[in-house]
Design a binder for this molecule. Structure first.
Ligand SMILES: C[S@@+](CC[C@H](N)C(=O)[O-])C[C@H]1O[C@@H](n2cnc3c(N)ncnc32)[C@H](O)[C@@H]1O
Length: 229
């Protein structure tokens, strides 16, 4: 008989244990000190508010969003070699001054290159769910880089997450609300909302979202806001 593994379940006791025993980000910081990190030019931090997309694929969502919001600067980072190359090429081909696609690791960017309180929004759309128990430390909400990302948000800055994995969004909801003190603005199945731009992308914002929605797979989202002070 073939045993199909069940998707991970949201489990508060385990999350609390994980957070208690997870590596602290300052230990992790040393590791990145002398490593090459994707560089966001200073000009992107000036004049206009900055939105960052982590794991952007080939960057089609952020390119379109940059056209819709010329008053914002948008930076998309993608680690995968092929997708990252396509993303960087997209920047050149777009001719946009407010859009930059970078092939690189968002973790090293966050650990070394993101000044505090400089990002108005961070998007993490359809991250790898790392479903195995042994891989859970890689999920963004448990990752040692998470405090740095929250630190990089401006007061009232937003974190926007979407996933086809319910457990992932439920875990992030618990961690971001209870541990990081972020205010929950939206939590549940993906649906149009003034802060998620879905109304401009009725078939889905990204490649993964389009593929899940077109096959009838439910998708979940979480939008949280950092406090004013
Ligand atoms: C499941 S794909 C989703 C891509 C896109 N967001 C979408 O919805 O179509 C997750 C992407 O995150 C990228 N990624 C994972 N960890 C990353 C990191 N540390 N820095 C940059 N990109 C990362 C992967 O290479 C992959 O392309």
């Amino acid at each position: 008989m073939l045993l199909k593994s069940l998707p991970p379940q949201f489990n508060v006791a385990r999350i609390d244990w994980d957070l208690e025993h997870s590596k602290k980000h300052h230990c992790y910081e040393d590791f990145f000190k002398n490593r090459k990190a994707p560089e966001i030019p200073d000009s992107f931090f000036k004049k206009q508010s900055l939105w960052l997309e982590i794991g952007a694929g080939t960057g089609q969502f952020f390119e379109t969003l940059a056209r819709l919001h010329p008053e914002k600067n948008l930076v998309a980072i993608e680690r995968d070699r092929m997708r990252g190359k396509r993303l960087a090429r997209r920047t050149l081909e777009s001719g946009l001054k407010n859009f930059l696609g970078i092939r690189g690791n968002a973790i090293s960017a966050a650990m070394t290159g993101l000044p505090a309180e400089t990002l108005e929004r961070i998007y993490i759309l359809y991250p790898c769910p790392w479903p195995k128990n042994s891989q859970r430390k890689h999920r963004w909400h448990f990752h040692p880089t998470m405090p740095k990302l929250v630190q990089a948000l401006e007061p009232e800055g937003l974190l926007i997450l979407a996933s086809d994995q319910k457990f992932y969004v439920e875990e992030a909801h618990y961690v971001w609300k209870e541990r990081f003190g972020l205010e929950v603005l939206k939590f549940g199945e993906v649906s149009a909302h003034p802060l998620n731009s879905l109304s401009f992308f009725p078939e889905g914002r990204t490649k993964f979202e389009r593929s899940f929605l077109s096959s009838g797979q439910p998708c979940y989202e979480l939008i949280v806001r950092k406090s004013k002070v």
